[in-house]
Design a binder for this molecule. Structure first.
Ligand code: TYM
Length: 339
């Protein structure tokens, strides 16, 4: 686990006594390997060290999910998956973004300190505009302001994320800095916390793993599906024959073996010397992923079979952060002259 920034940030006087961590994840249904290796593993590791709050960001998802049933189902699936992968609702707070609508008020207030140019320059905005040219809604532009509001509402100072979210976190820092400069020290400038795998490449071996690209390995899928997804992975494109020596440093399959098992060097050497073929290495990886996530897959199934219990956990999470959200909003309104 590595902190992105090294310099300590001065602590505003109204900061919580214990550093708070916050992260959000879109309700995309079952998470993929990139979500788990790049972020969720840190959510789990950090829940014992800090006061941890994790949110399923359904407001954000509305910028591209327009079917209410799909949104509802995928929100529950993500909640079940997070708990199955190790979040313990007794040791951390898990809630759904729209259950605490104060965040939309804070987003609006942050809009008034955010120059439009900052948002237009954000690389993720340019990407999303290109991905859905038929639906360039205003939510896409203001998406990072809502993300800043998510993080600032509980005054979080650490944010476990993958590298793709770095521009959003940088913008969050700029937005809270702009707010603090205009209205007085209110929010900490949050820092990113990365895992050992801040960028996980997809099955194409080129782009980051992402559901919208369709190059994922779904960690809680049935074994056959995982096998299919892993067997479709690109390996070293220059390795044509089984007897050709490979280049494990550019082979995504070999790189993923780092996270499953303790014989990475051996696998590297096997690939380099052509002792092992691409198919063997992929079969082994698929089996290891299947085995590694077997207990989580079972818990996920149980949770999905009991939506009442799942909704209860999410309601409790939203209630738990109600006083935090209300206190921040009272302070912010006071500072801005709204009350
Ligand atoms: P989202 O839902 O796309 O992804 C959730 C988390 O998974 C990480 N991640 C990856 N890490 C490494 N390699 C990959 N291929 C990969 N794909 C996804 C993401 O970096 C993220 O940490 N905008 C955010 C959600 C959000 C949020 C927030 C995050 C809303 N508010 C406040 C942090 C704090 C998003 O779309 O993540």
């Amino acid at each position: 686990m590595t902190d992105a920034a090294t310099k300590p940030t001065p602590r505003p006087s109204s900061l919580p006594a214990k550093p708070r961590i916050y992260s959000g994840i879109q309700p995309t249904g079952r998470p993929h390997l990139g979500n788990d290796l790049g972020a969720i593993r840190n959510y789990v590791a950090l829940q014992d060290r800090y006061e941890a709050i994790y949110c399923i960001v359904d407001y954000h998802a509305l910028t591209h999910v327009h079917d209410p049933e799909v949104l509802r189902r995928q929100t529950l699936e993500m909640a079940a998956a997070l708990i199955a992968l190790g979040l313990d609702p007794k040791r951390c707070t898990v809630f759904v973004q729209s259950h605490r609508p104060e965040v939309t008020e804070l987003c609006w207030l942050f809009n008034t300190v955010t120059p439009v140019g900052w948002l237009q320059r954000t690389p993720t905005y340019k990407e999303k505009r290109a991905n859905q040219p038929e639906d360039v809604n205003h939510g896409l532009l203001t998406y990072p302001v809502l993300q800043a509001a998510d993080i600032a509402l509980p005054k979080a100072s650490l944010v476990p994320i993958g590298k793709d979210q770095a521009p959003h976190l940088e913008l969050t820092r700029e937005i809270v800095r702009a707010f603090n400069a205009r209205y007085g020290e209110t929010f900490p400038e949050p820092k990113a916390v990365y895992t050992e795998a801040p960028v996980v490449l997809g099955t194409d071996g080129v782009k980051k793993m992402s559901k919208s690209i369709g190059n994922t390995i779904e960690v809680l899928a049935e074994p056959d599906m995982i096998r299919k997804q892993v067997m479709s992975m690109m390996t070293d494109t220059q390795r044509i024959l089984r007897t050709d020596p490979g280049r494990p440093q550019v082979c995504n399959v070999c790189q993923l073996h780092r996270h499953f098992g303790d014989d990475y060097e051996e696998i590297w050497e096997g690939e380099r010397t052509a002792r092992a073929g691409c198919v063997d290495t992929k079969k082994l990886l698929a089996q290891r992923i299947i085995d590694h996530y077997a207990p989580a897959r079972e818990t996920y199934r149980e949770l999905m079979a009991d939506p009442v219990r799942l909704r209860g956990i999410l309601d409790e999470g939203a209630e738990r952060i109600r006083p935090i959200a209300e206190a921040t909003m009272a302070e912010v309104r006071e500072r801005m002259g709204l009350r």
